[in-house]
Design a protein. Structure first.
Length: 267
């Protein structure tokens, strides 16, 4: 199936928006690792950095639009099976993942749009909001189990991202025929580095949620910023942080490549 022009345009804008965010998160973490300023932050921190720059709120509005477009495409993949995942158990699991991804990025687009309109003060705080959300879930019946199961799922997603990078399966969704040999080589390198770094961060985030459930302490739950900060506090922390941060920059570059070369199908 060939994507309608507006769905394809929005999806590609979404990949570019993700590229900007990952690159900023990575660059800030690299600067922090080497004592050159920066900070360990997640998506909200990247939005705050963008908002503080000249014309930053305009760029945030464009990023918000891109993330909405990415979400619409994810919903098309989930509901209309735009990527031909199928209707067997494996396909249904993939499509549920696409829908969850769409919901996540729709939420991020709302945060970016709010900050574009009202400034960085409307972000609500990344790590604190994660703890608050976890506390709300854990206050419900079986909430502790939901947080723990969610953490295990996130760990599984992280492991899969690492496997996907190692196996180079990510190249199957790219139109490699439009690249020369050098571009293909660097695409694989950026993809592998980026997916490995993302997988490590996901596994750490998942382990935080499992720990929060086991200790019944929502303050143990952390996001990307918390994962990067934890890396920085380990032995050889600055070097570990720098390696993962450079991987996140690579993932940002990989998303720019996706914006150009990803095969996008939709009804």
């Amino acid at each position: 199936m060939v994507a309608s022009p507006w769905v394809e345009w929005l999806a590609r804008l979404g990949f570019a928006a993700k590229g900007v965010v990952y690159a900023i998160v990575g660059v800030l973490a690299v600067q922090y690792a080497f004592g050159q300023g920066g900070k360990t932050s997640g998506t909200t921190g990247a939005f705050e950095t963008i908002a503080g720059e000249p014309f930053g709120q305009i760029l945030l509005a464009i990023i918000a639009l891109g993330l909405v477009g990415y979400s619409i495409w994810q919903f098309a993949r989930a509901g209309m099976d735009a990527d031909d995942a199928g209707s067997d158990m494996k396909g249904i699991a993939k499509r549920i993942g696409y829908a969850c991804n769409g919901i996540l990025h729709m939420g991020l687009s709302f945060i970016a749009a709010s900050m574009a309109i009202m400034g960085a003060s409307s972000s609500g705080g990344g790590e604190s909001s994660i703890s608050d959300w976890t506390a709300t879930v854990m206050s419900e019946p079986f909430g502790r189990w939901l947080v723990g199961i969610g953490g295990v799922i996130v760990i599984g997603v992280g492991l899969y991202r690492i496997y996907k990078g190692y196996s180079t399966k990510f190249t199957q969704s790219l139109d490699l025929s439009e690249m020369n040999s050098t571009e293909r080589t660097w695409t694989v390198r950026f993809g592998r580095m980026g997916l490995a770094a993302q997988g490590i961060v996901f596994m750490m985030i998942g382990s935080f949620f499992v720990q929060a459930a086991m200790q019944f302490d929502p303050n143990e739950a952390r996001g990307v910023g918390g994962a990067l900060q934890t890396l920085a506090q380990q032995p050889y922390g600055p070097w570990l942080l720098a390696l993962v941060a450079l991987g996140l920059v690579a993932h940002g570059i990989y998303n720019f490549i996706l914006a150009r070369y990803r095969r996008i199908q939709a009804v």
